[in-house]
Write a protein that binds this ligand. Structure first.
Ligand code: FE2
Length: 418
């Protein structure tokens, strides 16, 4: 992120004296990536950012992963993992996440929150990109406050202290990387500006432009997710002063939101491959979104995709919007995930190809994560499985009747780019 921002009070010259009205020095903290060799920001604090007074184990929810073995395409119904929260109910946006899929590069989890404020939290493993399927609220951070709403990606850099404050129950799809998450390299100038052919620009990225969430108090607990040789673990660090004690910052490293409505889909005369729908990239994975758009306009175009075998990647589609009445009986619905693993070709149901001819607009919305390493199933993924999906192209198989009446034509959803 090379788009410079400045919020609050910063001195005219970096690394020089910056004092409060009583003459006390603020503490300057550089938060930077890749060891002083990439994007960074300078924050000015009232307290000492390294002053901890306690460190205890934070027991994370189940982080175990189960291999996709024997190999199968999977359909996971995320909406079955949480009931609709009533007053005072709902999962915690941080501690209530259920792990759905993961590998050594990225983990995808899901939670339906209530309206309770989460604990203070920091992911020290990598950047988080949390897609807001529904709901709204704010995410106070050390850089200031982000507003969030349905359709937002909330992108939070590694080790950014923050908390979630839902104003209403929120469905959050958390993509947690082991790396940084950024716009695709090919959309950036040599100095990092988003180029004219990019499907979005800096105006669409909404940083923390106002206020801090208090920032007073002593002995403040922060939940830290980090990694050891044993895998993902958690620690409760207690700080002498509140981490939201920042009075100003500037730089190119900060959290931001980006809403899918601000993504301008790239379309073509014939079917465009998924990379034109890419929005972010991390190490060994990409994030794409398929959004309402005009589709292929060649007179003989086939708007739905060809069958494809992504020999180097696993493909995860999360279906978040659109008219799914037309898909009754398919199994795939709002809130569904399809996992199409490497080693297995996939594509539309045969009847969908004929049905798509002459169609000039698709309404569906989906968020896709493609990974270069095989994905394994987390506890939430195992609990949300539709066992009939693997056989839905053929219409028969060991569990073909297990969960869904798929109607007369069987097969998976018609979704345009799955
Ligand atoms: Fe695909």
């Amino acid at each position: 992120m090379t788009y410079y921002r400045r919020v609050g009070e910063v001195p005219p010259k970096r690394h020089t004296q910056h004092r409060d009205p009583d003459g006390n020095l603020y503490r300057e903290e550089l938060m930077g990536e890749e060891g002083f060799s990439s994007d960074s920001s300078l924050l000015y604090r009232r307290g000492v950012p390294s002053a901890i007074v306690d460190s205890q184990v934070w027991e994370l929810p189940d982080q175990s992963l189960t291999a996709n073995h024997p190999l199968k395409p999977r359909h996971l119904e995320l909406h079955t993992l949480f009931s609709e929260p009533g007053e005072g109910e709902g999962g915690c946006a941080v501690e209530g996440r259920r792990l759905v899929l993961g590998n050594a590069d990225v983990r995808i989890s899901y939670v339906v929150t209530g309206t309770a404020t989460s604990p203070l939290y920091r992911n020290a493993i990598g950047d988080e990109c949390v897609y807001v399927e529904s709901g709204s609220g704010i995410v106070p951070t050390i850089f200031g406050v982000l507003d969030y709403r349905a359709g937002d990606y909330v992108v939070i850099p590694r080790s950014t202290d923050h908390r979630w404050c839902p104003f209403e129950p929120s469905r959050l799809y958390a993509i947690e990387a082991n790396s940084h998450i950024a716009p695709p390299r090919r959309y950036l100038s040599r100095y990092g500006q988003l180029l004219e052919h990019a499907p979005y620009c800096e105006r669409d990225l909404h940083g923390p432009d106002y206020g801090w969430d208090g920032g007073s108090g002593e002995d403040v607990e922060v939940l830290v997710k980090h990694r050891t040789s044993a895998g993902v673990v958690g620690t409760r660090l207690t700080y002498a002063t509140h981490p939201f004690d920042v009075v100003g910052w500037d730089g190119c490293l900060y959290p931001y939101t980006f809403n899918i409505d601000d993504y301008m889909p790239i379309t073509g005369k014939i079917h465009q491959p998924p990379p034109v729908h890419q929005v972010f990239e991390g190490q060994n994975f990409v994030v794409c979104n398929f959004l309402p758009r005009k589709v292929d306009y060649h007179e003989l175009a086939i708007p739905v995709p060809y069958y494809h075998s992504n020999v180097d990647s696993d493909e995860v589609m999360f279906y978040v919007g659109g008219d799914y009445e037309a898909r009754k009986g398919s199994g795939i619905d709002l809130g569904s995930i399809s996992l199409h693993p490497g080693g297995h070709a996939h594509g539309p149901q045969p009847s969908a190809i004929e049905a798509s001819l002459g169609v000039d607009y698709f309404e569906e919305s989906a968020v896709m994560v493609d990974t270069f390493k095989p994905l394994e199933l987390g506890e939430g993924g195992l609990a949300a499985q539709d066992p009939a999906y693997a056989w839905s192209w053929a219409g028969r198989g060991p569990d073909a009747e297990a969960s869904h009446d798929r109607g007369s034509d069987g097969g998976p959803a018609v979704f345009s780019n799955s």
